[in-house]
Every structure is written in structure tokens, then in C-alpha cells.
Design a binder for this molecule. Structure first.
Ligand code: SAM
Length: 340
């Protein structure tokens, strides 16, 4: 039986950071290719004005401007983005220190090209630029893709989940629902750390079958069960804790609102909702590595890394009282909220 309460002896931070931040350079390249910074210098603009002028969608522009703000290349004042001194000196095509040509050889990278399209359509590009796998939610219904994607989430979660489990206060709670659970690694680690708790892993086919096998292999099947379903069509009613781990970041605001409303309807009064994810600061000036990870999500899913402020607003709107954000490891953390 695997000891799911153990932590590794060494720190894998840089391995997570390379993978998470991979796409940021392509978004910077796409912006330079459009000479976006030179335009912004003479047109300080709100997010809406940037979208209206360039024919862009709000979600990718928000991710792009957050990335630039975390580097100090743009600054936001009263909702208007301005090019900073660094931006004027190194990103403006009329500056003697302009670095645009240094990035020109990257214009043909598939992900950089995708960004020109994602900015305009607001729709995700294919996973890793592969047009054949265009909609990864659909791809997750295919056995092979589901298996390799779930393996990726599982090995990432092996480290993140035990850290989350150790940080949670679940005294007096009875049953956790791990929504969009993948392999069930989070439910298993939380159950291992909190022996009084039962858990249900909730996902769709064929991920449910992959989860059953791994839960048995890990020796957790006595307290962790699997339920198959579509989270947008309702959730089991017998749980007093809901966990969304790396799930809401795959979806746009409309779907996040729907999921929070479904959770609210399914939890008892006083029920606990946990969002485990990578969070942007409320003022959207950091952390830089989360802004980089958000580029990857914006490119390949319908979501992004939301800020703590955005989540707090959505939680209040859905009828929850949000608590403070708490860090765990490798730029991840969680927010809890109690059903009013
Ligand atoms: C990014 S993975 C996160 C997995 C896991 N929670 C983690 O933190 O690693 C998103 C998961 O949501 C599941 N999912 C997507 N749409 C779903 C739906 N409509 N109903 C249930 N699960 C869904 C996917 O199958 C996938 O396992």
C-alpha cells in the first residue's frame, strides 16, 4: 500500500516551472509580431478598448495583459493599461533598445501562430498545437488520450495532493466529493491524511475506470469510491465537502458560474467548497510563474488561472462565504468557501 501522506525528499520545483511556463514565450512573440507594445504606447487602453480595436476576445487579452503586468512591461491605472518605462525602452519598435527582431525567428513556432488565432477567436487551440486533438474535453472521451492525460495529472498530483491534504482543516467533515477528480489522487491523499473522512471520486468515462484501478492499487478502495457522471448535469447529494482541483481553470466564467451554482445546490448548509489551483493575485500583478502557466491554459482550454479576487466574487455571487487564499507548493494553493 502506498504511503500517501509522505513527502518527497527533494524539491521538484524547477521541473514543474519549466512545464507550467512553457507557452509564455510564444505569447510574448505573438505580441511582438503584432507590434502590440508600440500601439499601446500611443493608445493607453482598457481591456475592452484593446479587444474592440484589435478584434480580440477578453479571456486571452486578460491573460496576456496579466503576463505583461507581472513583468512590469505594462502598468494598469484606473482600468487603463499603459506601456511602462521598460516597455517603452525594450518593446517599442522606435526605441534604440528594441528587442523585437531578437524574437522574429520564433514567429513560426506553432504555438506562437496559434496565439494570433486564439486572441481573435477566444477559442482554445489544439493541445500542443495538434489540430487533430482540437477539443481536449472531447478528446478525454477517447481511451488513449484519457489514459495519457490522466497519467500526467496523476504524477503532478502525487506531490501537490499530499501538500494540499496536509494544509486542510477538515475536522467535523464527513465526506469529500472530488469533482473532475481524474485518477482520484487528491481524494486518496486527503483520505490518507484525514482518516475519519470518506471520499467520492467524480469523473466521466473512461477516466472513471482508470480511477477505479488506481484507487485499488493504492489500497484506498475501502474509503474512496468512484461515481461516474457529468458535473454540469448535477452532483451527488451526500457529501459535505466539494473539491475542485485544477478543474475550474479549464473553463470560462460562464461554466465556472454553473459549477459553483451546482455545488451550492448539492452541499448542505455550512458545506465546504475547496478550490485547489494556481491563483493570480487579486491585483493581477503576480505571481509571474502563475501568469505564465495561465498562457498555457488560455491556449489549450476554455479557461485561465483566475485571480483570488475573481474567485471571491464568483463565490459570493453563488452563495458562499469565501475564506483567504493559502499557499501549498510549487505556486499552487487553495481557497475554501462555506455555503451560506
Ligand atoms: C485538468 S483535469 C484535473 C484532474 C484532477 N482534479 C487534478 O487536479 O489533477 C480535469 C478533469 O475534469 C474531468 N472533467 C471534464 N469535464 C467533466 C465533466 N463534464 N464531468 C465530470 N468530469 C469532467 C476530466 O475528465 C479530467 O479528469
Amino acid at each position: 500500500m502506498t504511503d500517501l501522506t509522505a513527502s518527497p525528499r527533494t524539491d521538484p520545483l524547477s521541473l514543474y516551472r519549466y512545464r507550467d511556463g512553457l507557452y509564455a514565450v510564444d505569447l510574448i512573440t505573438a505580441a511582438l509580431q503584432m507590434d502590440f507594445f508600440t500601439w499601446l504606447a500611443s493608445h493607453p487602453s482598457s481591456l475592452q478598448q484593446i479587444c474592440a480595436h484589435h478584434g480580440f476576445s477578453p479571456r486571452p487579452v486578460d491573460v496576456m495583459m496579466t503576463l505583461f503586468a507581472t513583468h512590469g512591461w505594462v502598468m494598469q491605472k484606473d482600468g487603463v493599461f499603459h506601456l511602462s518605462a521598460t516597455g517603452q525602452e525594450h518593446l517599442h519598435s522606435k526605441s534604440e533598445w528594441f528587442l523585437g527582431p531578437y524574437y522574429a525567428s520564433l514567429h513560426d513556432r506553432p504555438i506562437a501562430r496559434d496565439y494570433l488565432e486564439v486572441l481573435r477567436t477566444g477559442k482554445p487551440a489544439g493541445w500542443s498545437g495538434d489540430k487533430a486533438a482540437f477539443d481536449w474535453h472531447k478528446a478525454m472521451e477517447q481511451e488513449d488520450f484519457a489514459r495519457s492525460f490522466t497519467a500526467a495529472m496523476d504524477c503532478r498530483g502525487r506531490y501537490l495532493a499530499q501538500a494540499l491534504a496536509k494544509s486542510l482543516d477538515l475536522k467535523g467533515r464527513k465526506k469529500l466529493l472530488d469533482i473532475g477528480a481524474g485518477s482520484g489522487i487528491y481524494a486518496c491523499c486527503i483520505a490518507a491524511q484525514h482518516p475519519h473522512l470518506q471520499a467520492t471520486v467524480f469523473d466521466q468515462a473512461p477516466v472513471d475506470r482508470i480511477a477505479v484501478k488506481l484507487i485499488v492499487e493504492r489500497g484506498c478502495a475501502d474509503r474512496v469510491r468512484v461515481t461516474t457522471g457529468n458535473m454540469f448535469e448535477g452532483l451527488p447529494l451526500d457529501c459535505d465537502v466539494h473539491l475542485y482541483s485544477n478543474v475550474l481553470h479549464d473553463w470560462d466564467v460562464k461554466e465556472v458560474r454553473e459549477l459553483l451554482a451546482i455545488s451550492h445546490a448539492s452541499l448542505p448548509p455550512g458545506g465546504l467548497l475547496i478550490i485547489h489551483d494556481a491563483f493570480i493575485h487579486a491585483d493581477k500583478t503576480g505571481p509571474q510563474h502563475v501568469a505564465e502557466y495561465s498562457c498555457l491554459l488560455m491556449h489549450s482550454t476554455q479557461g485561465k488561472c483566475y485571480s483570488t479576487g475573481e474567485y471571491a466574487e464568483l463565490l459570493v455571487e453563488a452563495g458562499f462565504t469565501p475564506g483567504d487564499y493559502q499557499d501549498t507548493v510549487v505556486g499552487r494553493g487553495f481557497m475554501v468557501a462555506v455555503k451560506n
